[in-house]
Ligand binder design. Structure first.
Ligand code: G6P
Ligand code: ZN
Length: 539
């Protein structure tokens, strides 16, 4: 039996950088999740006879919303839904499954690196047939639908057993519960030289942060690659991530950082986030910024079997440092600069214009799926270490000696009053024309703009993607408001200083960026607008 339930629109269901993210309590309102899922199904065409993938990062509410989504998919006319056992699918594994099964799309349930639990965050994202996040025209149509929805439809019946692999039928639709890890692990074996990694005798610490990558990392690192038991830390996914932020940065993965800087450090340390798409890379005594990691992976990717033929192009988000551009120039391949959000890479990957992509927000990935992929980055690093016999520190130093170094940091001001944050950005935009030629300490502004992107594959334009102030000599500061937060506004200030290959290549980042930090305050009036004199998080 199919039920039709009358409902009324919610005014706050506009998807952000990465799907709809809200507090669990917001999602628990009657009809809230149903309205959004129905809006997705109302907008998406071709559901009759099609396959839909469903899974999430295991956080609180995951199982409840999966049961809802299955019932609603049956009512929407899907022929089959493929669900990760236990409701688990990492974001990159979901992307792979959508592609491998020729699915119409997938519902990925996660709030990524945000904390989980009854008082924390939840999210729903729709991915399209290429396995990537829905492009803006789809998310805009979904949002429009959420504002006019009047009813939703669902099969009735008891909850399904999500923990036993196999098939059952709901209102004529097949529900297939699958091993969430196997297909993904097989894909990794096609890209990387597992024998060489095994033979290299490296020691590794991987922190799964009590989030979704635990089962993937245990299968790949400990079972298939033979790293010692215990290599994977915090490897059991928990609904509240053990009360931590599953965000692989120097603040929230502090234990791993301390280990890697200690006398007991293994050769290689890494962590991933709630849904498995982000990565943190730390060699013994050497943290690698995400922007540098992208550049170093791109420069060495040909050492892994999956990329032996070379790269077609490299793409990075605008706030990501320009280190990768220098690699692209050296390789003689195109470099693309996109707005923040993995969805902007999808067209470039589909068109075969880029092979490797990355973002300062700890995301790196390639054309093997259409999401960023934390374990992929870990395995590519391990493959490079195995193939070169060098340490992470040596790879980094060699890289800078060849390309120069882009010193980089991001300062986040969290939970800022939204009106104050909007006023700061508005004032910045108004000041843009007056900035070129102005001096801030030793820095002179070469150019300033509000970043707009023209997608070279479909000519679509995305405007207002962040204010950037470029200084003479390749340094810059970028101001942007986060599109992923769930309370107040988060102001992100991205700081970058280029130091040529014959310059200071191994100096403290804070020291190297001090002039740019001072210029950023002077240009944006952060303290005046927000009342904050220092950032909450520095990554
Ligand atoms: C998500 C997206 C990324 C994006 C990041 C930062 O993780 O998948 O593509 O870079 O959010 O977004 P924000 O808007 O918070 O800076
Ligand atoms: Zn994530």
């Amino acid at each position: 039996m199919i039920r039709t339930v009358p409902t009324q629109p919610f005014g706050d269901q506009k998807p952000g950088t990465s799907g709809l993210r809200k507090k669990v309590k917001v999602f628990q309102q009657p009809n809230y999740a149903e309205n959004f899922i129905q809006s997705v199904f109302d907008v998406v065409e071709g559901k009759q006879g099609a396959t839909l993938v469903i899974g999430g990062d295991g956080r609180y509410l995951n199982r409840t919303v999966i049961q809802t989504a299955i019932r609603m998919a049956a009512a929407a006319g899907f022929a089959r839904v493929v669900v990760g056992q236990g409701g688990i699918l990492s974001t990159p594994a979901a992307s792979h499954l959508i592609r491998r099964r020729g699915a119409l799309g997938g519902l990925v349930l996660s709030a990524s690196h945000n904390p989980g639990g009854p008082d924390e965050d939840f999210g729903i994202k729709y991915n399209v047939a290429n396995g990537g996040p829905a492009p803006e025209k789809v998310t805009e149509a979904i949002h429009a639908r959420t504002l006019s929805i009047t009813q939703w439809h669902a099969a009735s019946g008891p909850d399904l057993d999500l923990d036993t692999p196999g098939e059952v039928t709901v209102e004529g639709m097949t529900v297939e519960i699958v091993d969430p890890v196997a297909d993904y692990a097989d894909l990794m074996e096609t890209l990387f030289d597992f024998d060489a990694i095994r033979a290299a005798g490296l020691t590794v610490a991987f922190d799964a942060m009590s989030a979704v990558t635990g089962p993937y990392a245990i299968e790949i690192l400990e079972r298939r690659l033979g790293f010692a038991p215990g290599t994977v830390r915090n490897g059991t996914p928990l609904e509240d991530f053990g009360g931590h932020h599953p965000d692989p940065n120097l603040v929230h993965a502090r234990d791993l950082y301390d280990l890697m800087m200690s006398a007991d450090a293994p050769d290689f340390g890494a962590a991933s986030d709630g849904d498995g798409d982000r990565n943190l890379i730390i060699g013994r005594g050497r943290f690698v910024t995400p922007s540098d990691s992208l550049a170093m992976l791109a420069a060495n990717a040909h050492l892994a079997p999956g990329y032996a033929a070379g790269l077609k192009g490299i793409a990075r988000s605008m706030p990501t440092s320009a280190a990768a551009d220098r690699v692209a120039a050296a390789l003689g391949i195109p470099a693309f600069e996109t707005p923040t959000g993995w969805k902007f890479f999808g067209n470039l990957l589909d068109a075969g214009m880029a092979t490797i992509c990355g973002e300062e927000s700890a995301g790196t990935g390639s054309d093997h799926v259409r999401e960023k992929d934390g374990l992929w980055a870990v395995l590519l690093w391990l493959n490079i270490l195995a193939a070169t016999g060098k340490s992470v520190d040596e790879i980094a130093r060699d890289h800078w000696a060849r390309f120069g170094r882009n010193y980089y940091a991001r300062h986040d001001y969290e939970g800022v009053d939204s009106a104050a944050a909007d006023a700061l950005i508005a004032a910045l935009r108004a000041d843009l024309p007056a900035l070129p030629g102005r001096r801030f300490g030793p820095l002179t502004v070469a150019a300033a703009d509000d970043f707009a992107y023209r997608d070279p594959t479909d000519e679509s334009i995305s405007a207002n993607q962040g204010v950037r102030v470029l200084f003479d000599g390749g340094s810059r500061v970028v101001f942007r408001l986060s599109g992923t937060g769930t309370s107040g506004a988060t102001l992100r200030v991205y700081l970058e200083r280029y130091e040529p290959a014959d310059g200071y290549l191994d100096t403290d980042t804070g020291t190297m960026l001090a002039d740019i930090v001072a210029a950023a305050e002077e240009i944006a009036g952060i303290a005046r607008h927000t009342g904050r004199t220092r950032p909450d998080v520095v990554t």
